[in-house]
Design a protein around this ligand. Structure first.
Ligand code: ADP
Length: 583
């Protein structure tokens, strides 16, 4: 092949520069022109990357060597040139002690010319030409090689500046897009982020793994190149990305990981085996101050990421965290308002239904009473009396349940007002006991108290509490027995004044220890009640607790299964009524 003159070589390179802005084409043209101009068997360009020299373009060398590094800075003739920034011509490789052969050449190279690729005061790489003949590379052409090296340096720098500029623009665009995202489906949103990150950072592999509020993992990933795929779900057989060592490190330290070569680290070597990723960059995603996920990108080449990429990924992860937080907050608010609407609808229904039920049951009761009176007057219909009594009892029960439902609705809608009165609790307890005694023949009801005990409270509501507890005592002691209402003064541990303490004890079925705290819950019905077929709503104790607590008292229960239960409640003792005007 005839040699190119220096002018011709430069002309070819300039032509290619005007034809394309693709720097890889330009550097290939430069390598070819360099080889032809020097009459060499091979020409190549090595670029400095950290402490290494990486093959960037070549003519006459196998293309699979591109991207690989053979020499460290300072090593070989090329390394010396890169370090010193001076051109070197080797007439006979055998006599040049700096000479190092590149792999695969098998000692064929005998002569070489290497010039620095300078950019202002920096040496960014080396352009070299090598031949199998000694002294075949004419020293006078070294100037031509230097000119080509200069053009290559500028072309590479331009490309670098251009691509930096482009990627800055893409990054800014992505941030704007992210900040204005209105996507309401979290999984789709995360998928878009992964997709954008892949494009903007030009990575071969990106993965975003995040735990949602419920602790479920949301995983999105994207892989480009051979066997490319994108997916939301976990790949079968592959563990959770959040459990891999690098993710654990990011999650536990909160710091990022910038791995320049995954093959060199045992904790990331597996990653390389699975995905072929050599450069790895991972940052944590914080949601509401908690580390909930990781964002990771990977490239097949080593040393692919810089600090700027890390900064960008950190900004993205921060944005994702903020948006997820905003989204979760909005979701929670929506849930709260939905729940409020549900509650309101339920209350309204409860109120309406109980009101509507109350009238017909009351009418039914009136008719039963009428029939009872007629039966009383006609001795021949005496047999009906028992039936009518039962009917009346059931109607009363229904009315009591409706009243409980109405109370529940009043409690939950804040319409449960107390009317304060000054009265004797002992006298009230006696009346309740006497009333209940009428229908509870197998039980002995008694009230134990010193003398009068005055309280300032809502008389009707306190009666309801007493009635409920005593009625339960009857209901849940099917074999009869003693039921005692005790009223006395009591000082609770840690309090400096006394309260009135009322207890209602029975010798009934008792309450299993696990149920003891739950009997005061709304709609709670214990296992004992169900078994014995009692009709009830599980509201009595709930309402009783509300009433007692609204009076500033406390209510609790003690029980031994099979031996009986005692329910306690306290009420503040009424201060002596003040005579005269109050301030
Ligand atoms: P209801 O009696 O309508 O089921 P309550 O709120 O009055 O509702 O009582 C809740 C549950 O507490 C009952 O279902 C029952 O299991 C239990 N319970 C209440 N009082 C007693 C008692 N004296 N002895 C045994 N269990 C009781």
């Amino acid at each position: 092949m005839s040699r190119l003159g220096i002018g011709e070589a430069i002309q070819r390179v300039v032509e290619s520069l005007s034809r394309t802005s693709d720097s890889s084409e330009v550097v290939s043209t430069i390598a070819r022109a360099a080889r032809q101009m020097m009459g060499a068997d091979e020409a190549y360009m090595l670029l400095r990357d950290g402490g290494k020299l990486v093959l960037h373009a070549a003519d006459g060398l196998p293309p699979e060597l591109l991207g690989r590094s053979f020499l460290r800075a300072g090593e070989g003739v090329e390394g010396w040139v890169a370090d010193q920034g001076e051109a070197v011509a080797v007439w006979d490789a055998a006599r040049e002690r700096r000479f190092r052969d590149l792999p695969g050449r098998e000692g064929r190279v005998r002569s070489m010319a290497a010039v620095p690729m300078k950019l202002r005061d920096d040496v960014i790489g080396v352009l070299a030409a090598a031949g199998v003949e000694p002294s075949s590379l004419v020293g006078s052409r070294l100037t031509g090689l230097e000119i080509l090296a200069g053009i290559a340096a500028v072309a590479i720098e331009n490309e670098r500046l251009l691509s930096e500029e482009r990627s800055r623009v893409r990054q800014a665009e992505m941030l704007v897009e992210l900040a204005s995202s209105r996507e309401s489906d979290l999984a789709i949103f995360l998928e878009r982020v992964t997709e954008s990150v892949t494009a903007v950072l030009d990575v071969s592999d990106a993965e975003l793994a995040l735990r949602d509020e419920a602790g479920r993992e949301l995983i999105t990933r994207r892989r480009t190149g051979v066997g490319s795929w994108a997916g939301r779900s976990r790949v079968d057989g592959e563990g959770s990305p959040l459990e891999r060592p690098w993710a654990q490190q990011v999650l536990s330290t909160g710091g990022p990981i910038l791995q320049s070569d995954t093959t060199q680290d045992s904790s990331t070597a597996l990653e390389y085996q699975q995905s072929g990723v050599r450069s790895l960059l991972a940052v944590p995603i914080q949601v509401g101050g908690k580390r909930r996920g990781v964002l990771r990108v990977g490239k097949a080449e080593p040393n692919a990421f810089r600090q700027e990429d890390l900064a960008f990924l950190t900004v993205i992860a921060t944005q994702v965290g903020l948006l997820v937080e905003r989204d979760e907050l909005a979701r929670r608010e929506l849930e709260v308002s939905r729940e409020q609407a549900r509650q309101a609808a339920r209350q309204e229904f409860l109120g309406l239904a109980s009101h509507e039920l109350k009238t017909p049951v009351a009418v039914l009761k009136a008719y039963i009473e009428l029939l009872t009176r007629r039966a009383e007057l006609e001795p021949s219909r005496n047999g009906d009396r028992e039936v009518l009594d039962r009917m009346l009892e059931q109607a009363d029960r229904m009315l009591a349940m409706i009243e409980q439902l109405l109370d529940l609705q009043r409690l939950e809608t804040g319409q449960f007002a107390l009317e304060e009165a000054h009265f004797d609790l002992v006298e009230l307890a006696r009346r309740v006991a006497e009333n209940l005694q009428l229908t509870a023949q197998s039980h002995q009801l008694q009230v134990v108290a010193g003398g009068k005990e005055m309280v300032s409270a809502d008389r009707r509501r306190v009666e309801e509490v007493l009635f409920n507890l005593t009625e339960n005592a009857v209901k849940y002691s099917p074999n009869g027995g003693k039921i005692t209402i005790t009223i006395g003064r009591w000082r609770a541990p840690g309090r400096d004044s006394e309260d009135l303490l009322v207890s209602v004890s029975d010798e009934g079925i008792g309450i299993p220890p696990l149920e003891l705290n739950r009997v005061f819950d709304r709609f709670y019905q214990g296992s004992g009640g169900f078994r014995r077929g009692h009709v009830g709503l599980g509201l009595g104790l709930y309402i009783a607790r509300e009433i007692v607590e609204r009076h500033g008292g406390r209510i609790w229960a003690e029980s031994t299964r099979g031996e009986g239960s005692t329910f306690y409640f306290t009420l503040p003792i009424a201060s002596e009524p003040v005579v005269g005007n109050r301030e």
